[in-house]
Write a protein that binds this ligand. Structure first.
Ligand SMILES: CC(C)(COP(=O)(O)OP(=O)(O)OC[C@H]1O[C@@H](n2cnc3c(N)ncnc32)[C@H](O)[C@@H]1OP(=O)(O)O)[C@@H](O)C(=O)NCCC(=O)NCCS
Length: 158
């Protein structure tokens, strides 16, 4: 398994990969992936097995809070799940964030996404206290805008 930065040549493959993660993740426009590959590749690792792109993560350093790296999307191909792909992708982002001297990674997921909840806890993230609980998950109301309630997770890097 090779972990390397997203490259422009990966765009079609990464879009096909992200579609396999629906409904909890949505594919973005090819121009968005162009931007990630050209401007943000240091925090957008992909996992490659043989010739196949089997995992991808998209993350950005915050301009408002430069101590923060926000992980926007993570997808592992269904045939490659539970084999440590996300662990490798998050480790790669962690290393880059640490090189920059950042203090934490954070991310959100849909409150019903049990696999994501289990993954973030297994990787050492904390589910941040929110406005209410849903099946044991703390949820922050309207985190991503009106009606867009999210479970929020953070991983301190110290
Ligand atoms: C959530 C997702 C990214 C996890 O990716 P993954 O590559 O399978 O995760 P890993 O193999 O690195 O798992 C690391 C640990 O997380 C936990 N975990 C992962 N998936 C789990 C599941 N379905 N149920 C319970 N625990 C799980 C386990 O503890 C696992 O370690 P283990 O397999 O040794 O027990 C993947 O299921 C996925 O792509 N889902 C669809 C898209 C999505 O929901 N993305 C996240 C949006 S926020």
């Amino acid at each position: 398994m090779q972990i390397r930065p997203l490259a422009p040549v990966d765009i079609a493959a990464v879009m096909a990969l992200v579609r396999t993660g629906e409904p909890y993740i949505r594919v973005r426009a090819d121009s968005d992936y162009w931007l990630y590959a050209h401007l943000f590749a240091d925090t957008c690792p992909v996992a490659v097995a043989g010739q196949q792109l089997v995992g991808a993560a998209i993350a950005f350093r915050s301009q408002r809070d430069p101590q923060d790296v926000y992980v926007q999307d993570v997808t592992t191909h269904p045939r490659w799940r539970r084999q440590g792909v996300t662990r490798l992708l998050i480790d790669d982002i962690r290393r880059q964030a640490a090189r920059w001297g950042c203090a934490r990674l954070y991310l959100t997921s849909e409150p019903q996404n049990r696999a994501a909840h289990a993954t973030w806890l297994a990787l050492g993230f904390t589910n941040m206290p929110g406005d209410y609980q849903s099946d044991g998950v703390a949820v922050t109301a309207d985190f991503k805008g009106p009606g867009k309630h999210r479970a929020v997770y953070q991983l301190p890097l110290t």
